[in-house]
Design a protein around this ligand. Structure first.
Ligand code: GCU
Length: 439
């Protein structure tokens, strides 16, 4: 194609709403959006041990099978992450009892991971309903562009971490400015969250690891390097695992905050941060409830369906997200010892909610639903209710068992409708006392 035509074609695709990320390295990739062309596949059985034995008792799930599956995800998909850093420190930078017109308590806390406050740190932004009885349940979620983008509150500190340049957000030279204050507030209905009696905790994912492929030089990855090591080994953490690790560090702090109910910490994430939330929630049982919004491939969607984004596509456009070993499964989904229904199963017996959007075909809404459905036998084995039927769910008819699901009309996004359902789901489970410790 002559370069002029190529430019016009790219401009046209952008006009049609195809994101720049979908285009990177993907000129040749044609996603399948035809249900009739989904390949025939057999899913690995979450209730069969690696040695072929079928498990029939809940105790076998807890003592054997859960561990096997966790390990498989660790070494084949997301990569192994370190534990809690020994010298981690929490610095309270701001507490206001009169935030958001007097409705909220706002706290800003920095988590330093290394001795002497060296290296990157994670800045938490916390809003709690001022008049609610403490400790309060909270939703925790990473944000895409900095804490100052979630609300126009002028006292939110602007991140100093690397941020993707964006005309819309007024970001140039990868540094955020006041121009992006409140720009993502439609995804973070804080006033409504407070009104329903919940707190919100958020942090910028780029504080943990900037989201671009730099061969793991920046962010937290160098923490694990030993001797001359300058890159994670093929089974060590990629960026999704690093962001998930950061979420667990946020909980390390939340457990120390007396205004927060540490048994009622709900975790949520959208898109790549939905993949992150599922992996964080799978590993760290301090998250009492886990929500994935439009997480798609590498999140809730079944990889074997190859509908929309595929493993190969994700490994090509975002080679830093998963561990090196995940590349062995490009175009070879059937050889992967796990599929994403097993990630949902790892969250049992805690409540897990999967949300899809009708027009978000890239994330394979039906594949997200099927993961929830195929995780159900694990929930049932341990006495919980999952998704009773594999039939395509109706639009805007949420299911709210220990596994919950909805598909709403519209695009890839987090809307008020999504949030209201997440809070309905949390109301049901938190008030009934279905928490991490009651398994
Ligand atoms: C891209 C990517 C998805 C991801 C999404 C996002 O579309 O292909 O896997 O979920 O970005 O995070 O917004």
């Amino acid at each position: 194609m002559n370069p002029g035509h190529k430019g016009t074609l790219l401009a046209l695709l952008v006009l049609l709403g195809v994101s720049a990320e979908q285009l990177i390295g993907a000129q040749e990739f044609k996603p399948n959006y035809d249900e009739g062309k989904v390949p025939h596949y057999t899913l690995p059985d979450p209730l069969v041990l690696n040695d072929g034995t079928r498990i029939t008792r809940a105790t076998q799930w807890w003592t054997r099978r859960r561990k096997e599956i966790l390990r498989q995800f660790e070494i084949n998909v997301y990569g192994k992450a370190p534990g809690r850093p020994r010298d981690q420190e929490f610095i309270e930078r701001d507490v206001s009892k009169k935030a958001l017109g007097g409705k909220a308590i706002r706290k800003q806390v920095s988590i330093f991971f290394l001795k002497g406050r060296a290296g990157p740190h994670l800045d938490l932004l916390i809003y709690l309903p001022r008049d609610a009885q403490k400790p309060v349940p909270v939703f925790v979620g990473l944000n895409f562009h900095g804490n100052h983008t979630v609300n126009a509150d002028p006292d939110i500190a602007i991140t100093e971490s690397w941020v993707r340049n964006s005309e819309e957000l007024g970001v140039t030279e990868n540094q955020a400015t006041a121009a992006s204050r409140g720009k993502n507030s439609s995804r973070w209905p804080i006033e409504r969250i407070l009104e329903r009696g919940y707190g919100l905790v958020t942090a910028y994912y780029g504080d943990i690891d900037p989201d671009y492929d730099d061969e793991f030089k920046n962010g937290v990855h160098p923490f694990i390097y030993r001797g001359f090591q300058n890159h994670p080994t093929p089974d060590q953490w990629g960026s999704l695992a690093a962001w998930a690790w950061g979420l667990s560090r946020a909980v390390d702090y939340l457990e120390t905050d007396r205004d927060i109910n540490k048994r009622r910490i709900a975790l949520l994430g959208h898109s790549r941060l939905g993949k992150t939330a599922l992996w964080a929630g799978a590993q760290d049982q301090r998250f009492a409830l886990v929500i994935s919004n439009d997480s798609g491939c590498g999140g809730a969607a079944l990889s074997r369906r190859r509908f929309g984004e595929t493993i190969e596509r994700i490994n090509t456009a975002f080679p830093h997200w998963c561990c090196g070993n995940f590349k062995n499964y490009n175009e070879r989904e059937n050889t992967l010892p796990v599929d994403q229904h097993m990630l949902i199963a790892l969250i049992a017996s805690r409540p897990v909610y999967i949300a899809s959007a009708e027009e978000d075909l890239w994330a394979d809404p039906y594949g997200e639903f099927l993961s929830a459905y195929h995780a159900t036998p694990v929930f049932e084995l341990i006495g919980k209710k999952g998704i009773p039927s594999g039939q395509k769910p109706e639009i805007s008819r949420p299911i709210m068992n220990t596994i919950g699901y909805h598909i709403r009309p519209g695009k890839h996004d987090v809307t008020l409708y999504d949030w209201e359902r997440f809070m309905d789901f949390a109301d049901i489970h938190f008030k009934r006392g279905t928490t991490a410790e009651s398994k």
